[in-house]
Design a protein around this ligand. Structure first.
Ligand code: CS2
Length: 501
């Protein structure tokens, strides 16, 4: 993106606090005096998801009077978000898209942004400021520098090695959190709450373990202090937020009558379930629609194993079948039925609080996936599969195997991932596989060739993804035969065949 480049229909006026009066009346804008808002949160990972989810909740909190809970956003690497948002006073539009039309809302909760790579010490300073009482994160699964299969810090991860050698100018999310907490401890300040908003299993608990392990590599005492004094609530976050495309920017700018260089696109649905365990206070999240509970785990697993698992199944198999978006994939009744099957088969692995209606939840997910106004690319969801499979698909498979239940449906999704990471599609064209293990996976695929009996065992042997489950003969058999069908029939027919068995 070039923030100065003009797209078709662009007006010269830019969204910004001086231009609110120029917005059409139907555009919702911050219902509070933004000049009185002060920062209380540093958020790491200033992507579209944060801006369409947590920042909207905080915007509601600010409107309810919680003026000391504004957000400072940090991008770990890329300057794009800061470069686009700084000239518009960090204001941006959330475009909520449904079949019936789009609603636009300007969010004011983000007060400032920093690019960690450019000045890591400055970000540590901001996080160490006693006014900051929450550090939240959306850095994606791979941003935690851990091994997804075990939930442990990957001590050999290059960023971890770097950050241990340069503790005051880190690169990774764990490096920043531990640096800022160490500073606060040295200065006798209270710690902040670390609020993970990524789709990891038991995310608060997992992040606590990663941070404690990282800190202990710096000093045993620091590790113990972090384990004892810092709160790491678990959360379940849910809102579908596709990547913003140039055409989306143009559409929003034309609705606004002024240019917004960095809007976010989303769906009407939003949900945030948070374990109510904060060590330095929090805004009144419940008043802003957040569900505060004592145990998030059942909700997290429900979302990972129903929503994210079926999303990944649709992403790999739908991509291979030639579908560009999830909504396109859902127009194919076989794929819609497959998503429902993944959900039904995962549902029996869950133990939910009384009153939870999993069938109704699943039905609502199918409606959300079918939203024709969201352009959510299968390719986008297919990213980073090596980091996503364990908590989305493999945990449910393990539980089903423990109950002696068949795993063929999930195996088809895993086989779809395997077929996808070979990086050659059904027409022989290259697939742009984005995954931290992409190189390793492609090399295994090249060595194994396109024979399911060789390729499936080779990939099941990647311990970082499959762990001991990769040795289970029932799983090996199910995945190998699904992969064989994918090669023999193609994804579309393989899905159809599976559903008819
Ligand atoms: C998706 C998620 O990209 C993906 O892997 O499955 O980002 C999904 O859209 C969100 O978790 C929905 O809350």
């Amino acid at each position: 993106m070039s923030s100065s480049g003009k797209a078709k229909g662009e007006t010269t006026m830019r969204l910004g606090r001086a231009n609110f009066d120029g917005l059409p009346p139907g555009i919702r804008r911050p219902a509070y005096d933004r000049s009185r808002v002060t920062p209380g949160i540093v958020h790491l990972g200033l992507g579209a998801f944060h801006r369409a989810h947590q920042a909207v909740v905080i915007d509601d909190c600010l409107a309810a009077g919680a003026a000391s809970w504004g957000i400072i956003g940090a991008s770990l690497r890329s300057p794009d978000t800061r470069d686009a948002l700084a000239p518009q006073d960090h204001l941006y539009t959330v475009a909520v898209r449904a079949a019936e039309g789009t609603e636009h809302r300007i969010i004011g909760a983000l007060l400032d942004s920093v690019v960690a790579r450019e000045n890591p010490a400055r970000l540590v300073d901001r996080m160490a400021d006693p006014a900051i009482r929450i550090v939240s994160l959306t850095v994606t699964e791979k941003g935690y520098c851990h091994t997804p299969q075990t939930g442990d810090l990957d001590e050999r991860h290059p960023d971890v090695v770097h950050d241990l050698n340069h503790p005051d100018t880190p690169r990774s999310a764990p490096g920043f959190i531990v640096a800022a907490l160490a500073r606060r401890r040295a200065q006798g300040l209270t710690p902040f709450t670390v609020l993970c908003c990524d789709n990891l299993a038991a995310n608060g608990h997992t992040v606590q373990r990663i941070m404690t392990q990282f800190a202990a590599l710096r000093s045993k005492d620091l590790g113990k202090w972090i384990a004892d004094a810092v709160a790491f609530p678990s959360t379940m976050v849910d809102r579908i937020v596709p990547e913003t495309l140039e055409a989306d920017r143009d559409a929003v700018s034309s609705a606004l009558g002024m240019r917004d260089a960095w809007p976010v696109m989303t769906e009407p649905f939003t949900q945030w379930v948070v374990e109510d365990r904060f060590c330095a206070g929090r805004p009144d999240l419940a008043a802003a629609g957040v569900e505060l509970v004592t145990d998030v785990r059942p909700f997290e697993l429900m979302k990972l194993r129903l929503l994210n698992a079926s999303h990944s199944a649709l992403a790999y198999l739908g991509y291979l079948a030639g579908y560009e978006t999830i909504a396109d994939t859902m127009t194919d009744p076989h794929f819609a039925r497959l998503a429902a099957r993944v959900m039904e088969e995962a549902a029996v692995t869950l133990t939910m609080p009384a009153g939870t209606d999993l069938a109704a939840y699943g039905a609502s997910l199918l409606r959300r996936f079918a939203n024709p106004a969201l352009h959510h690319r299968t390719w986008q969801i297919a990213m980073d599969g090596s980091q996503k499979l364990p908590q989305r698909l493999l945990g449910a498979m393990q539980d089903r195997l423990d109950k002696n239940l068949p795993v063929e449906t999930h195996a088809l999704a895993v086989a779809g991932w395997m077929r996808y990471v070979t990086a050659i599609d059904e027409q022989g064209r290259a697939i742009d596989v984005r995954d931290p293990l992409a190189g390793e996976l492609a090399a295994l695929a090249r060595a194994a060739g396109t024979v399911a009996e060789r390729l499936a065992p080779a990939l099941l042997g990647v311990g970082k993804v499959f762990g001991p489950l990769g040795d289970d003969p029932r799983l090996r058999e199910a995945v190998t035969s699904a992969l064989g069908r994918l090669y023999a029939q193609g994804a579309r027919r393989a899905v159809e065949t599976h559903l008819s068995t």
